[in-house]
Design a protein around this ligand. Sequence first.
Ligand code: ATP
Ligand code: MG
Length: 377
Amino acid sequence: MAGLTLQGVVKQYGAHPILHGIDLAVKDGEFVVLVGPSGCGKSTLLRIIAGLETTSGGKILIGDEDVTTQQPGDRGIAMVFQSYALYPHMTVRKNLSFGLENLSLSKQDIDARVAEAARMLAIEPLLDRRPKQLSGGQRQRVAIGRAIVRDPKIFLFDEPLSNLDAALRVQTRGEISRLHKRLGATMVYVTHDQIEAMTMADRIAVLNGGNLEQFGAPLELFDFPANKFVAGFIGSPQMNFYEGTIRSVAPELLGIDVPGLGLVNVPVDGTSAAVGQTVSLGLRPNHIHLASESAQHDHTFRFRADYAESVGTETYVYGRIEGNSTATIVHLPGHVAVAENDLLEFAAATSHFHVFNGETGLSYAKRRADGSLIAAA
Ligand SMILES: Nc1ncnc2c1ncn2[C@@H]1O[C@H](COP(=O)(O)OP(=O)(O)OP(=O)(O)O)[C@@H](O)[C@H]1O
Ligand SMILES: [Mg+2]
């Protein structure tokens, strides 16, 4: 087992820069999830780590060893893709053992590895079937098994569950997490699924346009996004953003005026802020609640509903803060009856507001629950 270090990894295809210098240190045994919009370079980065693509600059280290120019087969990495790419004419057993045959392993060793992987993934009864006789979930497990038998130092997964239906995704997600704990292997996992990212990751790396925006524990990214991009990308439904103006600056409190909200005093480190600056004020849908349930330091405001969706366990209300034209989503627990044009009284804790620089999008440092400041990016 080994950690993985990327140092200033650059990639360009012809004149097109794709990755702009990625620095990332994945610890030995860590599960890192890579997220970002389509086309931001996630698959390219995985392929570079695996050695399937060359780098245009920078270094890749596995443990202490520089593998930047090593052949894929020498890196001790196994990759699992969205498309399982099993050999259709071979049995499951053969699909699992095939990649091992050109390694210098005895037949007994190969059989033992196949048996162990099959046991881990509960695919023993399927060993003599061919891929077309398997369900999608079973095929994906065989593809994972093919990675396990190679006993790699590092596993790379590129959206491995996106072809599976919802129930199977949940099940296979759990299996991969258990597998990670059991093998203690280093894993880098690409997904578009917020729940997968939040539940599976030790740390999440957010990529955007070939740049690493933030790398941290799931809840650290959710509670303390370094910038507006991460704030909008992590969390579903998305954070609401309102344009505002700084009216007062104290060392630990910014007074921000937002149409409809009035003056909101947000507990953030405003050392780099100045009166008159434009900011983006962020508030998550789940941090807005009914004013009738508000606490002492909450900021209250009026809200005009367009419509609401209730799924029984929770209600999503769509509309606008009265006096502000920005579309807003509110996520309330339980079933709340809301009709079109209803005027609602809402509230939010001032500590739940996020403040981002209007030009750079960088966060003004926020406070943790224990009062300590989070450094801004
Ligand atoms: N072989 C190639 N030649 C030229 N451009 C490429 C090549 N492969 C990828 N790209 C470009 O590199 C960028 C990043 O692609 P990549 O596949 O890494 O994105 P991604 O983040 O995995 O996206 P998705 O979420 O859609 O899978 C894209 O703009 C893509 O068009
Ligand atoms: Mg991709």
